[in-house]
Structures are given as structure tokens and as C-alpha cells.
Design a binder for this molecule. Structure first.
Ligand SMILES: C[S@@+](CC[C@H](N)C(=O)[O-])C[C@H]1O[C@@H](n2cnc3c(N)ncnc32)[C@H](O)[C@@H]1O
Length: 242
């Protein structure tokens, strides 16, 4: 057995059980077998890391969620889409632990969480064409101009998304933030050779009147905010290139 073999939750050698007095309100959290830390991944020098290897049925379609927060989308959608494997990447430790513990308690065999920077993982770790869908919902808007470089969406990440998304696969974007939406529209227009813009189709797990049904959507909906959503479909062959 490798140092880390998350396909066998009970035999994962590191058991991370901890008390958190933030999100979990003092309840013990355990992400053993369902949550991976950056140091669990093989060294970068070993080349690409294929997240599909985390799952028993690794040949099934694979979807990635960036910035999963409390993991609500993953929990809801993975139960309805049991033949698809999902990975959520979340860099805030408290949210990562909360989501991974939630997934463990529900014993969801087709979901895992990774505690890492998703932009780095997408750009430097994932193999070509591994993702059928990438979900980016209510990403942090970083409104100050000097912080725009911290947004997940950048020209370089658009190129990385095109590399890791399978032919005809999708990048799905939802936000409440007008300025981030304008940023998405600019990026979509600038990279129209790589992705075709389409209407966003609500996932089956979205509740009545919801766009996608994440925690942030529910919170912002109570505040009466409007939402923006689009799907970018990967072009098999970039436009204008042989
Ligand atoms: C505003 S919250 C939205 C959470 C969830 N998607 C929802 O809609 O409820 C954005 C989340 O993305 C995470 N995040 C932001 N940038 C990230 C990155 N580069 N890699 C992984 N997680 C990231 C944040 O820590 C935060 O939990």
C-alpha cells in the first residue's frame, strides 16, 4: 500500500481527526480517506497527478469543483450523478475540513476533497483532458484592482482549463458579482478561439428557483442579489488554428 491510497478510506495511514470551533461548532471532524492534503500528492517532479486514480471506478467521467466552500454542490449533485467522480479543491482549511468531513459522514464513494490552490493544481498538476466539467461557483471577486491577480480566472488559467478539459467538456461559471461577471465576459470573449459561450443549464440538484444551489447562492438570494451564469464549452480544435 502506498503512503497515501485514498481509494481505500479505511486503510489511509493518516487519520486526521480534529476539533474545530468555527464552522463545525465544536463537533469532531474527520476527513480520513475523503480529504487529501497537498503533501499527500506525489512530488511535482514525478509529473502529472491524475485525480481519477483516487476512485474505485476511475474510468468514469470526472468533474472538478474549484472553491467548494462547505461542499454543498458536491454533496447534492454527486448523489444524483452517482456514475461521475467529483473532486473539490478548497484552499481555506476550515472549509476543506468541513466539506471533507461532510462527504465522509455521507460515505460518498464518488467524491473527494483536496486542500490546495486550485489554480496551481489545474495549471501544473492535472493531465490533459482529464475533466469533463469544471465548476466555478461564487468565486471570490477580489474587487480591488490591485487584487485582481488573485482571481481564479486569468488568461493563463483559461489556457490551463482548455488543456485539462476534455473535448466538448465544459467550464461552468456562476457569480453574483457584477465586476467579476464583466471579467468573465472579457475572458470568454478574449478566448473565444478556445471556448464557445453557451447558456448555463441548472444542475439537477438545484432547488426551485435556484441557479446552482450552493451555500453562497442561498445566502445572496436572501439578500436579493441577482446572479449571472454561463457555460463555456471547450472547442475541440482552437478556432483559426490548423
Ligand atoms: C465565496 S466562496 C464560495 C463557496 C462555494 N462555491 C459556494 O458557492 O458556496 C469561494 C471559495 O473559494 C475558495 N477559493 C478561492 N480561491 C481558491 C483557489 N485558488 N483554490 C481553492 N479554493 C479557492 C475560498 O476559500 C472560498 O471557500
Amino acid at each position: 500500500m502506498d503512503r497515501c491510497d485514498p481509494t481505500h478510506p479505511t486503510r489511509h495511514p493518516r487519520k486526521e481527526t480534529m476539533m474545530s470551533f468555527g464552522l463545525s461548532r465544536g463537533r469532531e471532524q474527520d476527513f480520513d480517506g475523503y480529504g487529501l492534503l497537498r503533501e499527500d500528492l506525489p512530488p511535482i517532479a514525478d509529473g502529472d497527478w491524475d485525480p481519477r486514480s483516487l476512485f474505485e471506478h476511475r474510468d468514469r467521467p470526472f468533474e472538478l469543483e474549484i472553491g467548494s466552500g462547505k461542499g454543498t454542490f458536491l454533496v447534492q449533485q454527486s448523489e444524483l450523478q452517482a456514475d461521475t467522480n467529483f473532486l473539490g479543491i478548497e484552499w481555506a482549511g476550515e472549509f476543506f475540513r468541513y466539506a471533507a468531513d461532510r462527504i465522509r459522514r455521507r460515505n460518498l464513494p464518488n467524491v473527494r476533497m483536496l486542500h490546495d490552490d486550485a489554480s496551481e493544481v489545474v495549471s501544473h498538476r492535472l493531465p490533459d483532458g482529464c475533466c469533463h466539467v469544471v465548476h466555478l461557483y461564487f468565486s471570490d471577486p477580489w474587487p480591488k484592482t490591485r487584487h485582481h491577480k488573485r482571481r481564479v480566472m486569468q488568461d493563463a488559467t483559461m489556457r490551463a482549463f482548455h488543456r485539462v478539459i476534455a473535448p466538448e467538456g465544459e467550464l461552468r461559471l456562476v457569480t453574483d458579482h457584477d465586476d467579476l461577471w464583466a471579467w468573465y465576459e472579457d475572458h470568454a470573449a478574449r478566448h473565444a478561439d478556445l471556448f464557445a459561450r453557451e447558456d448555463f443549464e441548472r444542475p439537477e440538484s438545484a432547488g426551485e428557483g435556484e441557479v446552482v444551489g450552493t451555500n453562497f447562492e442561498r445566502k445572496f438570494r436572501r439578500e436579493g442579489r441577482p446572479f449571472h451564469a454561463m457555460t463555456l464549452r471547450r472547442r475541440e480544435r482552437p478556432l483559426g488554428r490548423p
